[in-house]
Design a protein around this ligand. Structure first.
Ligand code: PGA
Length: 240
């Protein structure tokens, strides 16, 4: 695991954007696995800025997102499709048809799982997968205890996630399930870029990346991947 220690969130965002843009510059038709959450936002803003300056061209890039809530339409403001469109895709020159997020409106798990895996394989696999990690060590919606051998599948959200999300759903209609790439799909990416920021992530970063590999901390499996770059700010890496 290559560890890049940044001073603060802005520095982490710039360093992570550097790694991802190097991937795109060296392979313009890269397949990028992307993630939502607050951690990658600064990195996405940096990529948008460099794109506007003419330094990165996304015209041949394909993106495949990690996860999506079940039951939310793409135009729902809490959907991950909406998040990606508004925080990245519509600000860069990526072709909308080359951006992929699981279909939260597909009720048939087997159908959506096999469609998504076929999509990943059909693109030739993921060149670089971006990941944030949850406070409990989750990656995507692979929560503690998740089997390492799963591909894209349907998962119930944990009570803490449902509770944390409820503030975004004033009508009380909080999603209770999601589609997520499984640990197996994530581990098949050729390169993995993990971003982690802030004091509240220091303990889980220490356990995930410098402790035992265990399904109880899903991100710990990344220690078994042969090409992981971890970009963390000083607070998040303070215990390592
Ligand atoms: P965060 O989420 O970037 O908002 O901390 C990370 C995650 O839960 O995967």
């Amino acid at each position: 695991m290559r560890i890049i220690k940044a001073n603060d969130y802005a520095d982490m965002s710039r360093k992570a954007a550097n790694v991802l843009s190097a991937q795109v510059i060296l392979k313009p038709n890269s397949v990028l696995g992307l993630a939502t959450g607050s951690t990658p936002l600064g990195m996405y803003r940096q990529l948008i800025e460099w794109h506007r300056k003419g330094d990165i061209d996304f015209s041949e890039v394909t993106t495949i997102n990690l996860d999506e809530y079940i039951g939310l339409a793409p135009r729902h403001p809490q959907s991950y499709r909406w998040f990606m469109d508004n925080n990245l895709f519509r600000h860069i020159n990526i072709k909308p048809a080359n951006t992929h997020v699981p279909d939260g409106l597909e009720p048939d798990e087997a159908r959506e799982s096999s469609r998504y895996e076929a999509l990943i394989q059909g693109c030739g696999g993921i060149d670089m997968q971006l990941l944030g990690i949850g406070h409990n060590g989750h990656i995507g919606f692979n929560e503690p205890g998740a089997a390492f051998e799963k591909n894209t599948h349907r998962v119930p959200l944990t009570d803490t996630t449902i509770h944390a999300n409820s503030r975004f759903f004033p009508d009380g209609d909080v999603p209770r399930e999601a589609y997520t790439m499984g640990i197996r799909s994530i581990m098949q990416a050729r390169r993995i870029l993990v971003v982690v920021s802030g004091k509240s992530k220091a303990e889980i970063a220490r356990r995930a990346f410098f402790g035992a590999v265990t399904p109880q901390i899903p991100a710990s499996v990344l220690q078994l991947h042969n090409n992981v770059t971890l970009v963390g700010d000083a607070e998040a890496l303070s215990l390592y």
